[in-house]
Design a protein around this ligand. Structure first.
Ligand code: AMP
Length: 510
């Protein structure tokens, strides 16, 4: 598609009707900098959809007339950098195009009251309502598949996610981390208004936040009072500085693994916002579900795509069962069991196929633990109190610094109850039996007839769900995904979308 510039409403409606590709939409107010460029290039690299950038200074979101009048306008530069960095089309409407006289047919939106009553919403009355109104209008005109937004405006991002869900708009929101200038301050179109001294103060403020993040990584706590004192010593006028839950924007609690430290300061006429995410450990995804729901395949792929460690807890129970069979151990004899738990070492090692092998006491058991023989006893072994206690502790040790995706039956409920994302993956018994039968890795299953497999799966479900310790149950905060009729990749993509929705991209940056 050749580069097009669209200005009028009729033109954009016409253009949209004739486009038969999905659209990535990147709304901006112009004076584009590297933050905007990153949004455009991310959209371009994500897929082969058409990238539409809009440039529109939305008067409804300004609570200060001189701020609106002075908002920097650099349209020729904006057109050039948009096309250079991956835009296929640019929409540059006038105010009258977006808001016809008397606001005819314009739907005024209200931002979520919970989300807009914190941070910037306290002082910028009506600002987020204006943002919602313009984005709703643009989304209705453009009907994009994806909406690209910057985490620099984290509160705005949350409010627009809420808008999309409450208005049931069919668009996915993708975000990019805050892009910073060479001196650490977030890139912003308004930065050109800063005097040398103002820039110095902002640099001090941003660096204080970045420093707080570093300290938090070591000490796992934050001293807001001290930061406020240091800012005051520099005569920086603080509008707010808050430590909040990153999604609800309520006060952060000790249980939050990821929290938000956000502030706004005033320098002369200019008001600047900045934030950092504080993280105690890297994120954890917990995937639970019954046997044959596709957990292992899905979890492996997620680990690979998100560069997380893959913790296959089922393999740990299988590995232990394997050793019991090999050593001819009667698990009912407590002493023998304790003896084996004392000495066993279960280790995962990456192999050349970029998957991992399981080693028991230095012996590779990856294939052997998948046999029907192991499958038939693993549920009983894993229901033993001592076994669960031992392996849950091992799993928690592996998960101490996070950065992993674990699959099993009690990950979200017992092993990692504070996992950021909990998925309960399931499928009907028919579907699971069919999958087992065609599982190339399970030769034994291929030889069993479908009805017997169904009975075996039912029995396994019953045992897993009814055992005394850590039975298979869906955690209250887990998201259930029924995988019948979905391809593996569709399930993987869905879970990655949910992960991206919960975990700010910024937390991936060191
Ligand atoms: P604006 O032009 O200020 O309305 O911003 C348009 C989009 O660019 C919004 O989604 C902003 O969050 C995003 N954006 C602006 N500055 C930055 C930045 N420094 N880093 C990342 N995204 C940004």
């Amino acid at each position: 598609m050749k580069n097009v510039i669209i200005r009028k409403i009729e033109e954009i409606e016409n253009w949209r009707r004739n486009i038969n590709s999905e659209i990535n939409f990147i709304p901006t107010m112009g004076n584009l900098h590297n933050g905007h460029i990153k949004l455009i290039s991310t959209a371009k690299n994500d897929n082969s959809y058409i990238n539409l950038v809009s440039i529109f200074i939305n008067p409804l979101q300004f609570d200060n007339k001189s701020d609106l009048a002075n908002y920097p306008k650099t349209i020729d530069h904006d057109i050039k950098v948009s096309f250079e960095n991956g835009a296929d089309a640019i929409f540059i409407p006038s105010t009258e195009d977006i808001y016809p006289p008397n606001y005819k047919n314009i739907k005024f939106l209200k931002a979520s009251s919970e989300l807009s009553s914190a941070l910037c919403g306290l002082n910028r009355i009506g600002h987020f309502d204006g943002v919602c109104t313009v984005i709703y209008r643009l989304l209705n005109l453009i009907k994009p598949k994806n909406l690209y937004l910057g985490e620099k405006d984290w509160q705005q991002l949350l409010i627009l996610k809420d808008l999309v869900s409450s208005e049931k708009l069919n668009v996915s929101i993708k975000s990019i981390p805050t892009q910073r200038d060479f001196d650490g301050i977030p890139l912003s179109s308004r930065n050109i208004h800063l005097s040398k001294n103002e820039r110095k103060l902002i640099r001090f403020f941003s660096n204080e936040l970045l420093e707080a993040k570093k300290i938090f990584e070591q000490e796992k706590k934050i001293n807001l009072k001290k930061i406020i004192e240091r800012l005051s010593e520099e005569k920086i006028s603080i509008e707010y500085l808050e430590h909040l839950h990153p999604h609800t924007l309520q006060q952060s609690s000790a249980e939050d693994n990821i929290s938000l430290l956000a502030g706004a300061i005033r320098c002369g006429e200019t008001r600047l916002i900045d934030h950092v995410f504080l993280m105690k450990r890297r994120p954890i995804i917990a995937i639970d579900g019954p046997a044959g729901s596709g957990k292992s395949t899905v979890t492996k792929l997620i680990a690979k795509k998100l560069k997380l460690l893959y913790l296959d807890t089922g393999a740990m129970y299988r590995a232990l069962s394997w050793l019991m069979i090999k050593e001819n151990i009667d698990y009912k004899k407590e002493k023998k069991l304790q003896h084996i738990l004392k000495d066993i070492s279960i280790v995962f090692k990456s192999n050349t196929n970029s998957y991992q092998d399981v080693y028991v006491n230095n012996y590779c058991v990856t294939e052997e633990i998948r046999s029907q023989k192991i499958s038939s006893i693993v549920s009983t072994i894993s229901s033993l109190k001592e076994v669960r206690k031992f392996l849950v502790e091992e799993q928690r040790k592996i998960g101490e610094s996070g950065g992993l995706v674990a699959e099993g039956r009690d990950i979200g409920t017992t092993v990692f109850p504070h996992a950021e994302l909990k998925i309960f993956l399931t499928a009907s018994i028919d579907e699971r039996a069919k999958r087992r039968k065609s599982d190339a890795n399970s030769k034994d299953s291929q030889e069993i007839d479908l009805n017997t497999l169904k009975e075996l799966i039912k029995k396994r479900d019953f045992e897993d769900s009814n055992r005394e310790i850590s039975p298979l149950i869906k955690a209250n905060d887990a998201i259930e995904i029924i995988t019948d009729g979905y391809s593996i990749n569709e399930v993987v993509d869905k879970i990655i979308d949910l992960y991206n929705d919960k975990i700010p991209k910024e937390t991936e940056i060191k």
